[in-house]
Design a protein around this ligand. Structure first.
Ligand SMILES: *[C@@H]1O[C@H](CO)[C@@H](O)[C@H](O)[C@H]1NC(C)=O
Ligand SMILES: *[C@@H]1O[C@H](CO)[C@@H](O)[C@H](O)[C@H]1NC(C)=O
Length: 403
C-alpha cells in the first residue's frame, strides 16, 4: 500500500514537473498554455526516441499530430469546401455560398509547420480559412504543398508558386467569380515565409499579369542566415517553437544531412564568400534600440563553403525573403505583418518591416506582446485561447478593410 502511494506520488510529481513551464507574466490562461507546451514537448521527445531507434524520421513522428488533427473537407451552410488540384498540386477550396452582387475577393493561403508538417485540413487551419471565406465572402485556396523530409527546397516553394500562378490566370479567376484587383497571398510561420517569397517572385515574372493587392504575413520565418538573433536568444525555450526545433525545421527544409543542422545550431553555416548577405539581416542596424536590449552584436562566424555548395537553398531568396535587395522589395503590395513577443521569429518580422518601409512598401505591422508562436491555431477546444481569437479576428478584419 505504502509503495503504491509512493509510486502515485512520484508519478504525479513527475507529471507536474513535466507540465510546469515557467511562462512570461503577460501570457494569459497560463495553465492552458502549459498543457499545450507539455503536449508539444512530449510529442517532440517521442519523435526524438522514434528517430534514435530508427523507427521513423523525427519529422514523420511530428506529422502524427497533423494526422490526428485532420478533418475531411466538409461543407456547411455558409461555405462549400472541397479538395482538388491546381496545376497538379493538392489544394483545399473554400467557396462562399452567399450570393454576391459582384466579383469576390480571394485569399491564397499557405499553412505553417516548418515546411515539414501541417496541412490545410488540420482543424485549426480549416477553421481559419473557413472563417476567412465566410466573413470576407471570399474564395480561399489553401495549398497542400509537398513537405520535407520527402521533399526539400525548392519543392515547397515551387508548389505554392505554381498554384498561385495557376489561380491568377484571368480564365481561372473568372471561373471562380474573383475580382483580379482583390487577390492576396497569406500564410503563417513557414507559410508566411512562402507567402513573402511568392509575392517577391511574382514581381519578376513577366508571365503573370494579375497583381496582388495584399500580402499577409503571420509570424513568418524570413531568413536562415543568422539563427542567433536577440529574439532567438531570449525565446530559446518559449512555447511552442523552441530554438532547436526552428533549427531542425530550417535545416530539414534544405536537407536531412545532419551536418547542416549542426552547423546551423552553432550559427556557423554561412561561408565567407556570402558575407555580403549579412547586410540584409544585420540586427545591429535593423533592430530598434529597445529590441537589442543587452545583446551584443558580434560579427558572423563563417562556416565551410562545402555546405553552401551542397545546399545553396539557405542563401536563396525564395527560402529567405529578407535577402532581397531594396530594389527587389520595391513594388511589393500593401503588407500586413504580425509578430509575437515570445517568438524566436520576432526579429525576422521586425527587420522585414523595417526593410519594407525603407523600400517604400505600405505596411501595417501589429505586434502582440502577450502571444507566442503559432497562437492563432489555438482557437478550438480543447485548447481555446482568447489571445488566439483576438489575433485571428484582427487579421480577418484587417483583410476585410484592406483587400
Ligand atoms: C453561418 O453564418 C451564420 C451568420 O454569420 C452564423 O451564425 C453560423 O454560425 C454560420 N454557420 C457555421 C456552420 O459556421
Ligand atoms: C552590422 O552593422 C554594424 C553596425 O552598423 C557594423 O559595424 C557591422 O560591420 C555590420 N556587420 C555586417 C556583417 O554587415
Amino acid at each position: 500500500m505504502g509503495a503504491k502511494l509512493l509510486c502515485l506520488f512520484l508519478a504525479s510529481a513527475l507529471t507536474a514537473y513535466y507540465i510546469y513551464t515557467p511562462l512570461p507574466e503577460d501570457i494569459e490562461e497560463p495553465w492552458k498554455v502549459m498543457l499545450v507546451t507539455a503536449g508539444f514537448r512530449a510529442v517532440g521527445h517521442l519523435a526524438e526516441v522514434a528517430d534514435q531507434l530508427g523507427l521513423m524520421h523525427y519529422m514523420e513522428a511530428l506529422m502524427l499530430i497533423t494526422s490526428a488533427e485532420y478533418v475531411a473537407p466538409t461543407s456547411d451552410e455558409n461555405v462549400t469546401v472541397m479538395d482538388t488540384e491546381f496545376s497538379n498540386v493538392a489544394v483545399r477550396l473554400y467557396l462562399p455560398r452567399k450570393a454576391s452582387d459582384g466579383l469576390r475577393r480571394a485569399v491564397v493561403y499557405f499553412h505553417g509547420g516548418g515546411w515539414c508538417v501541417g496541412q490545410a485540413g488540420m482543424k485549426g487551419y480549416d477553421y481559419l480559412t473557413r472563417q476567412t471565406s465566410h466573413r470576407l465572402n471570399a474564395v480561399v485556396v489553401s495549398v497542400n504543398y509537398r513537405l520535407a523530409p520527402q521533399h526539400h527546397f525548392p519543392v515547397q516553394f515551387e508548389d505554392v508558386y505554381s498554384v498561385t500562378k495557376f489561380f491568377l490566370q484571368s480564365s481561372v479567376l473568372s471561373q471562380y467569380g474573383v475580382d483580379p484587383d482583390r487577390v492576396c497571398v497569406a500564410g503563417d510561420s513557414a507559410g508566411g515565409n512562402l507567402a513573402a517569397a511568392v509575392a517577391q517572385q511574382l514581381l519578376e515574372d513577366s508571365e503573370v499579369k494579375t497583381k496582388l493587392k495584399v500580402q499577409a504575413l503571420i509570424y513568418p520565418a524570413l531568413q536562415a542566415l543568422d539563427l542567433n538573433l536577440p529574439s532567438y536568444r531570449q525565446n530559446e525555450n518559449k512555447p511552442i517553437l523552441p530554438k532547436l526545433l526552428m533549427v531542425k525545421f530550417w535545416s530539414e527544409y534544405f536537407t536531412s544531412d545532419l551536418s547542416l543542422r549542426e552547423a546551423m545550431a552553432s550559427n556557423r553555416h554561412v561561408p565567407l564568400e556570402s558575407s555580403h548577405l549579412f547586410q540584409f539581416v544585420n540586427w545591429s542596424n535593423l533592430l530598434p534600440e529597445e529590441l537589442k536590449k543587452d545583446h551584443v552584436y558580434t560579427s558572423p562566424t563563417y562556416g565551410s563553403p562545402e555546405l553552401a555548395r551542397k545546399y545553396p537553398g539557405f542563401l536563396d531568396l525564395r527560402a529567405a525573403p529578407l535577402l532581397a535587395s531594396d530594389a527587389q522589395l520595391r513594388g511589393l503590395p500593401l503588407t500586413y505583418l504580425l509578430t509575437c513577443e515570445h517568438d524566436v521569429l520576432w526579429d525576422d518580422g521586425v527587420m522585414y518591416a523595417r526593410r519594407l518601409q525603407a523600400a517604400g512598401v505600405p505596411i501595417v505591422h501589429d505586434h502582440a506582446k502577450d502571444a507566442f508562436h503559432g497562437v492563432m491555431m489555438f482557437v478550438l477546444s480543447p485548447v481555446n485561447l482568447a489571445v488566439g481569437h483576438r489575433l485571428l479576428n484582427r487579421y480577418i478584419e484587417w483583410l476585410n478593410e484592406n483587400l
